[in-house]
Ligand binder design. Structure first.
Ligand SMILES: C[S@@+](CC[C@H](N)C(=O)[O-])C[C@H]1O[C@@H](n2cnc3c(N)ncnc32)[C@H](O)[C@@H]1O
Length: 237
């Protein structure tokens, strides 16, 4: 069962989607893999943020979206295939790149997913992940206001657990910045407990206390909110 129901799907669009401008460093980071003519599978495409971003940034790439949650598919407003990491509805050797953005911590059976990734990838293909990993979460500013949310990191895999579990080799690992919101005030107005795996681990009281800290900081800090997630590129080794 996926944890993204109708409420969360609409909250996700409000709280989690980032502007294309805010993702400029991600555009640069993934550009070497999204070459003209390549076929990219956006696995766990959610509300389609990266389907739209890739269509704008890399118009000569074909993107196929697969998403298990009917509500996320509906909220995306675009055609998406029903499936998940353990059952990808695509033929053998049909994609050059599998893109997984903030998805891998939801995948329970990594070896089964690894077998599916190997099956759908063409020889020389890569898996490109944008994610948080348990041992690498210093780049997330939310913890400043919601320190208890660090508890939620225990549910995230490490880089080694992902690579070993999927049965792939680490080809590249580095933090990439993103402008998560234009200001703390904007973040305070859009933050949703139900839209984020980490915030969902908070009690209502913890969430409200954190939101008050966020609102207080927003009255004095006016700059953009910058966070870092990791780019992890895996190949067959
Ligand atoms: C945090 S959202 C990320 C959505 C999108 N990739 C993005 O970056 O905006 C996580 C998504 O992964 C999907 N998901 C959950 N379990 C999955 C699985 N086992 N395989 C593929 N996708 C999964 C959820 O339904 C949800 O849409």
């Amino acid at each position: 069962m996926t944890r993204y129901d109708a409420v969360e799907a609409s909250a996700y669009r409000v709280a989690r989607e980032i502007s294309f401008e805010g993702l400029a460093a991600w555009r640069e980071a993934v550009e070497p893999y999204l070459r003209p003519g390549r076929v990219v599978l956006d696995l766990g495409a959610g509300t389609g943020l990266f389907v739209r971003a890739f269509a704008q940034w890399f118009p000569e790439v074909s993107v196929v979206a697969v998403e298990p949650s009917a509500d996320m598919r509906a909220a995306s407003g675009m055609p998406m295939l029903t499936g998940d990491a353990a059952a990808i509805p695509l033929p053998d050797a049909s994609v050059d790149v599998v893109w997984m953005s903030t998805v891998v911590h939801h995948v329970r059976d990594l070896p089964a997913a690894g077998r599916e990734l190997r099956r759908v990838l063409r020889p020389g293909g890569v898996v490109v992940l944008r994610s948080l990993f348990r041992e690498r979460h210093d780049g997330i500013g939310l913890f400043r206001f919601f320190p208890e949310a660090v508890r939620g990191m225990s549910g995230f895999p490490t880089v080694a657990e992902v690579a070993d579990g999927l049965g792939f080799a680490v080809a590249r690992l580095e933090p990439v910045g993103q402008v998560t919101a234009p200001s703390l005030a904007d973040k305070a107005s859009t933050v949703r407990r139900e839209a984020d795996t980490l915030l969902r681990s908070l009690s209502v009281q913890e969430f409200e206390a954190g939101r008050e800290r966020l609102v207080a900081a927003a009255s004095v800090e006016t700059g953009p909110v910058v966070d870092h997630l990791d780019l992890l590129v895996l190949d067959a080794g």
